[in-house]
Design a protein around this ligand. Sequence first.
Ligand code: ACO
Ligand SMILES: O=CC(=O)O
Ligand code: MG
Length: 531
Amino acid sequence: MAVLSEKLVAQPAWILADGAAYRDILTPDALAFLAHLHRCAEPKRQALLKARRQRQARYDAGALPDFRPDTQAIRESDWLVAPIPAALQDRRVEITGPVERKMIINALNSGAKVFMADFEDSSAPSFANQLDGQRNLRDAVNGTLEYRSPEGKEYRVGANPAVLVVRPRGWHLPERHVTVDGETMAGALVDFGLYAFHNAHALHKRELGPYFYLPKLEAMEEAALWDEVMALAEDELGLPLGTMKATVLIETLPAVFQMHEILHALRGRAVGLNCGRWDYIFSYLKTLRGHRDRLLPERGQVVMTVPFLKSYSELLIQTCHRRGAFAMGGMAAQIPIKGDDDANDKALAKVRADKLREVQAGHDGTWVAHPALVPVAMDIFDRHMPTPNQLHVLRDDVSADRDALIAPCGGTISRAGFDNNVEVALRYTAAWLEGMGCVPIHNLMEDAATAEIARAQLWQWLHHGSLEFPDHAPIDFALFDHALAAHTHRLQQSELPGARRAADAAELLTALTHADQLGDFLTLPAYAQLA
Ligand SMILES: CC(=O)SCCNC(=O)CCNC(=O)[C@H](O)C(C)(C)COP(=O)(O)OP(=O)(O)OC[C@H]1O[C@@H](n2cnc3c(N)ncnc32)[C@H](O)[C@@H]1OP(=O)(O)O
Ligand SMILES: O=CC(=O)O
Ligand SMILES: [Mg+2]
């Protein structure tokens, strides 16, 4: 059986929330199920993480990512993914958000076709957050999800809720509170396993899943491990093989070269791929961290129309539609702006333009970060996509080769862009350490993926040396240290999310930014400091 870490067992009060322990979620049978998943998957997961490190070592030594010669037959032969269930035939607008009780209700009631309940980029994975999320989702599936705000506002799920799709953590993150045979479990398996264990039968009975979004995959073997884990879970839970469906985020640079292969590995259950643009940009930075000719300009200039991102999204559409799978778009970072109509209009216009680009390119649906953006995106997709999806748009015109997918991106680094990265990296990390996985900063949605871009860019700009602002002032560590100290002080004096953990976040960012090598994930060292 999986066991809770000794600390939790010794201090059961630590896992209490609202006066109740999580005995309803961490039942003996659920823990036994987790242990079974762990024992079957852990050796392979470790081997896959090792393969990631080996691949990255080759890129650091000068190699560039490319299509795999050993899988050419998969790319070139004819095959399709299994038929897509009725509940997922029309995914034109999907809302995403953390697994917080009120937000789940708001998301389910938002009018979106799908709600992606997120244990990942928008969640700070404290054990309490993850377990509260499991309980909230179980209640949503059982039809008992309700919430009363401190102000007395009542929330309950209405008619025609969005279809639930759950995103567990990526393969790289541990869940240190659960061990099996003395080994720490993968966060991915804890999130997936608990959700499947508690909800699979109820969802299957209503032909509503379980459905999953799979994040941050880098290779077809990682998709194959998910397929194996899902098949194992189906077998253990007595569900027909292929009941669980998966949409895979293509949000790493290595994965874009294996999109056919990833769909193939999951072909009995894959329903689509998604352009996870923010992690994709982060992955471009990380994968090519040793390549000075491929530094990126400030984040505001790395938009979906720059060549390497345009090629990625178009190739994703072509790949998916060739295989009978959906090509989902991604997330514009703009959110509604309160109290400034002009600024709000401009933000919404940016969202509209992004959704128009997606639907015209052939995407079958898109993501929004906020309920007020559902009608905005819906309007664009309704007008330009009269059919439930665009599987018939084959995009045979697209010919994105290796060079197009890794094309350098021109642009500049302004003082404001540099300073914004320092501020976002600091404020997001500090909020994350306080348990918030998604926060608005300067009217943009910031989550783990966007914060990774901010801190990875700072590392890249500082370590490749001799970079300048347009006025020729040097970009150097003294500037970073000064900006970080100023923002830390400002945050500490404020009442903003993160104010209490500003110093811890600053220490972490100092270490990550000054380190000789760009760290793999901000959230790995930060997790050690998360309650
Ligand atoms: C890169 C990626 O991975 S993208 C996917 C991960 N990111 C996300 O999922 C983004 C989710 N979005 C959010 O967390 C929020 O919208 C934020 C943090 C960006 C902004 O939050 P706020 O500033 O609190 O929003 P705001 O105050 O305008 O919220 C208004 C109402 O909408 C609700 N709301 C806002 N966003 C969402 C959402 N995504 N889902 C459900 N409800 C939401 C709020 O709970 C609030 O409800 P209430 O009126 O009943 O109290
Ligand atoms: O998960 C989505 C992304 O853009 O990253
Ligand atoms: Mg992501």
